[in-house]
Design a protein around this ligand. Sequence first.
Ligand SMILES: CC(C)(COP(=O)(O)OP(=O)(O)OC[C@H]1O[C@@H](n2cnc3c(N)ncnc32)[C@H](O)[C@@H]1OP(=O)(O)O)[C@@H](O)C(=O)NCCC(=O)NCCS
Length: 177
Amino acid sequence: MELKTFENLYLQETKTVLKSAFFREGSNEVFNEWEFAETVLRSDGYVPELCVIALDGEAVIGYNALTKAVIGGQSGLALGPLGVQKEYQNAGVGSALVRECISRAKELNYSWIVLLGGGYYTRFGFESGKPYGITVSDNEFDNEHIQIMFLDGSAKNKTSGKLVYCDAFYDSDGNLL
Ligand SMILES: CC(C)(COP(=O)(O)OP(=O)(O)OC[C@H]1O[C@@H](n2cnc3c(N)ncnc32)[C@H](O)[C@@H]1OP(=O)(O)O)[C@@H](O)C(=O)NCCC(=O)NCCS
């Protein structure tokens, strides 16, 4: 397996991979991760070096993106979408993609990476955002899915407040997708 910075020539294949990873019968056809991934590429939060694909030979088998985000006025990154082609899951591809993105984010001197997700992310050093007072909306203070990883320890005591993703994560009414 090889990890490589995403390029547009891989777009259709990457969307097919994300569809394979995320598709559930009857799932939301208006919002889906494979179309969302394309929106992210056109967003104000897109950082080319932080969109990474995994290849098996010439074939795309996984994708992970980190995009610019803000918490309480402090800049950092948000993780997602992350997906691995179904037949390649549970073979270390997702972990390799996440670790590569973390390492690239450190090199680029970002202070933290935030995400909304489940138990998969603890292995990389993500912790609950709750103790830091990180929220996703003005009226919702108790989101147990908010997780953060500090790449710069000194950011810990100044990263608090509402998480604002890049524009791709919101609909035209400003609601988080
Ligand atoms: C989640 C995903 C990216 C993980 O990538 P992967 O290459 O399959 O996973 P890895 O091989 O790196 O890691 C496998 C480990 O993660 C665990 N794992 C996989 N998916 C998990 C999940 N959703 N929640 C918790 N643990 C998970 C496996 O049980 C395995 O645990 P082990 O190491 O203790 O045996 C991949 O399964 C995927 O694309 N899933 C569907 C899309 C998705 O859910 N994306 C993330 C959205 S938040």
